[in-house]
Design a protein around this ligand. Structure first.
Ligand code: NAP
Ligand code: F7E
Length: 335
């Protein structure tokens, strides 16, 4: 049997780590591009530490997306059948505070990946991590592949550019480049800066008596939240499809930040009005108010569908964070 080889950028992040788990499980040899500063950081490497213990399947290649040379070296060394380009400055709020890095990493980084593949492994199939943030101030609901983009943040603009780069390399060079338009997906491995994990981690600390409350921004924002473990399967399925294409990946359900926080409070038996506060500090210059995806194309053409419900997502994240702060979950109602 031929063993497939995959190169993942962003392997230390939420999605990269779940994708590495999935591909190793399928018998792939997995190569991960990791920044030098992160290789030495236990905090940055924690999501793939369990895989590092089995280095027969996982290979770490030092490099950064801004450095064309390092991306070329990674492609030459890994000789990938499939490239999953997940590395990015992915936090929307920071994209206003540091637009330069956001564009350098997300736009120039994508050019570097596509050029390195074009020059050194043109037959590799490429996955690009596009985003529902491209729909921004939405022009249609639900949002699907044909919905016009209307981004509201520098991050959203960078992802629109990534989308068009993918389409252009497909059309100009005949390369297999697929764009995944993924709606928000979360997990126990989500970064603490994103609202879902900020809520579950913060409330677990409140329950443990380590802080009084969790302070948030826009509680009315609505998101179509799925679980990252389901979404990495969609990435893989896109690269097993006969032709490269663009696919929306979403659950088809939307919930407010308030609903997410209130459900987490219910699981922990905490009074929402007392433990959730609001501050201007966490508001954005322009927010995306409503996201709701229609993933019918992926469901019919890729045979993909989400398996983890909103309630299970909130419950799993909440109890995970509770265990992290040393409180035993069995004392709480898990229904
Ligand atoms: P994440 O947890 O923030 O991970 C980002 C990854 O990118 C990390 O491994 C990070 O490495 C790496 N990275 C950042 N700058 C880099 C650079 N200059 N050179 C090399 N690597 C760099 O993000 P995620 O949630 O897994 O998302 C994965 C991708 O999907 C991103 O492109 C994101 O924009 C996109 N996306 C995410 C969602 C979502 O809801 N999660 C939805 C749609 C699209 P370090 O550890 O070194 O920082
Ligand atoms: O915000 C509101 C905030 O930072 C969600 C990234 O993975 O998904 C993610 O981007 C909503 C926004 O995710 C706080 O204003 C309220 O309306 O968790 P978030 P995001 O901006 O939707 C997309 C699809 C990506 O592609 C991105 O890479 O929650 N909100 N209060 C807050 N958000 C944060 N972070 N912190 C708060 O205190």
């Amino acid at each position: 049997m031929v063993v497939k080889r995959a190169l993942i950028t962003g392997i230390t992040g939420q999605d990269g780590s779940y994708l590495a788990d999935y591909l190793v499980g399928l018998g792939y040899q997995v190569y991960g591009l990791v920044r030098r500063t992160s290789i030495d950081s236990e905090q940055r490497m924690y999501r793939i530490a369990h895989l590092m213990a089995n280095s027969h399947y996982l290979h770490i290649l030092p490099g950064s997306l801004e450095s064309y040379t390092s991306v070329c070296n990674a492609v030459i060394e890994s000789k990938p059948d499939e490239v999953y380009h997940l590395g990015a400055q992915s936090f929307v709020k920071v994209s206003w505070e540091d637009i330069g890095s956001t564009m350098n990493i997300n736009v120039n980084g994508t050019v570097n990946v596509l050029e390195a593949v074009r020059h050194f492994k043109k037959d590799a199939k490429v996955y690009l991590a596009c985003s529902s943030e491209m729909f921004g101030n939405v022009l249609e609901t639900p949002q699907r592949e044909t919905t016009p983009f209307n981004p509201r943040s520098p991050y959203g603009i960078s992802k629109c550019t990534e989308f068009y780069l993918g389409k252009n390399y497909r059309e100009s060079y005949g390369m297999f480049v697929s764009n995944g338009i993924l709606f928000n997906h979360e997990s126990e491995r989500r970064g603490l800066e994103f609202v879902t994990r900020k809520i579950t981690h913060g409330l677990a600390r409140v329950k443990a008596g380590l802080q009084d409350c969790v302070t948030l921004g826009n509680l009315d924002a609505q998101r179509d939240w799925g679980h990252a473990r389901d979404y990495v399967v969609a990435m893989w399925k896109m690269l097993q499809h006969d032709v490269p294409d663009d696919f929306v990946i979403a659950t088809g359900e939307t919930h407010t930040v308030r609903e997410f926080a209130s459900l987490a409070c219910q699981f922990l038996k905490l009074p929402f009005e007392e433990v959730i506060r609001v501050s201007e500090e966490f508001m954005r210059p322009a927010d995306v108010n409503l996201l709701l995806g229609d993933s019918m194309k992926a469901r019919t053409q890729l045979g993909w569908s989400p398996t983890i419900s909103f309630t299970k997502l909130v419950r799993d994240m909440t109890y995970y964070d509770l265990r992290q702060v040393g409180v035993d979950e069995v004392d709480y109602d898990t229904q």
